[in-house]
Write a protein that binds this ligand. Structure first.
Ligand SMILES: Nc1ncnc2c1ncn2[C@@H]1O[C@H](COP(=O)(O)OP(=O)(O)O)[C@@H](O)[C@H]1O
Ligand SMILES: N[C@@H](CCC(=O)OP(=O)(O)O)C(=O)O
Length: 275
């Protein structure tokens, strides 16, 4: 098994799914966020730049209103996200001494040159202020990720925008298996995925969790998008010792290796060169 050189990653986007923010439907639980926060503190101490992409707003709104019926329509999810978003931000703030900063984005924003440039400048300034960006999709104005779980793809886009070298997707499963391990106990973890291995998508299915949106498919698509742009991606289980393994330079899950940028035409190779 190839060893990961964690020291070489300087800019890391960490995507935290609803499965970790709201385990067993306990929204904004500290159980799995505290270990993530401790890992982030170690990364910050090592002078790495960190951006969190956090889901969980719908789950937080759901709990806040004391709802029980999981059959939510799109408008209800949007409204719950609006109620839950500030709860998610307060949730993260309690783990950190420095300020956390709410950044609401859409993939359309990132595809728009002017807005992407503005967002890029904001991220740079937040880093200078020593504030920790917490990104979520703006669910009031777009609904794609509420349907397909595109917070994973948003995280890949944010990784490109911020010139990250690692996208770490933390979920409730060890990575990409050759079948959904929640349904098939015989499923085997795929630990190493070479660039351009689009075949691996065929293993990925939706989620077993009512509060999560995209399942493994949106994660694999996000991972392939990031690796095409030269960004390594690791999908790991945030309910385990994954972060400690990473700090020990060990692969904690499924490691999608970045495509060498010499193999990508210069026209498409810039992660997000807007200047
Ligand atoms: N091939 C697969 N390997 C691993 N997990 C899979 C696979 N296919 C589907 N899944 C599902 O994807 C889920 C993770 O996605 P999701 O629930 O959306 O998490 P998150 O809330 O972290 O985004 C797993 O819990 C599992 O049910
Ligand atoms: N913006 C939504 C996230 C939807 C989503 O993609 O969720 P997940 O599949 O858990 O990453 C929320 O905060 O609830």
């Amino acid at each position: 098994m190839k060893e990961i050189n964690f020291d070489r990653y300087q800019k890391i986007v960490i995507k935290v799914g609803s499965a970790l923010i709201a385990p067993d439907e306990r929204a904004c639980s500290a159980e799995y966020c505290l270990p993530i926060a401790n890992f982030i503190k170690q990364c910050l101490k090592a002078n790495k730049d960190i951006v969190i992409v956090s889901s969980g707003a719908v789950a937080a709104g759901f709990n806040q209103l004391g709802l029980t019926d999981h059959q939510l329509n799109l408008e209800q999810k949007q409204a719950l996200a609006a109620i839950g978003q500030s709860i998610v931000i307060r949730h993260w703030q309690r783990f950190f001494d420095q300020e956390v900063a709410q950044v609401l984005l859409t993939i359309d924003d990132i595809n728009n040159l002017k807005r992407a440039y503005n967002a890029q400048k904001t991220f740079k300034q937040l880093a200078q202020f020593g504030a920790l960006p917490i990104v979520n999709e703006n669910d009031t104005v777009v609904t794609e990720e509420l349907k397909f779980g595109d917070n994973d793809m948003l995280a890949a886009q944010v990784a490109m925008l911020t010139d990250a070298d690692l996208l770490l997707i933390c979920s409730d499963v060890g990575g990409l298996y050759d079948d959904n391990p929640y349904l098939n106990p015989e499923a085997r973890l795929i630990t190493f995925i070479k660039p351009d291995d689009t075949q691996c998508q065929t293993y990925a299915q939706g989620s077993h969790n009512p509060r999560s949106m995209g399942g493994m498919l949106s994660k694999v698509q996000a991972a392939l998008t990031a690796t095409y742009k030269g960004i390594d991606c690791i999908i790991c289980n945030g309910k385990t010792e994954a972060y400690n393994l990473l700090l020990l330079n060990q692969n904690p899950g499924s490691w999608f290796v970045a495509k060498p940028q010499t193999q990508v035409s210069t026209a498409t190779s810039d992660k997000h060169n807007l200047s």
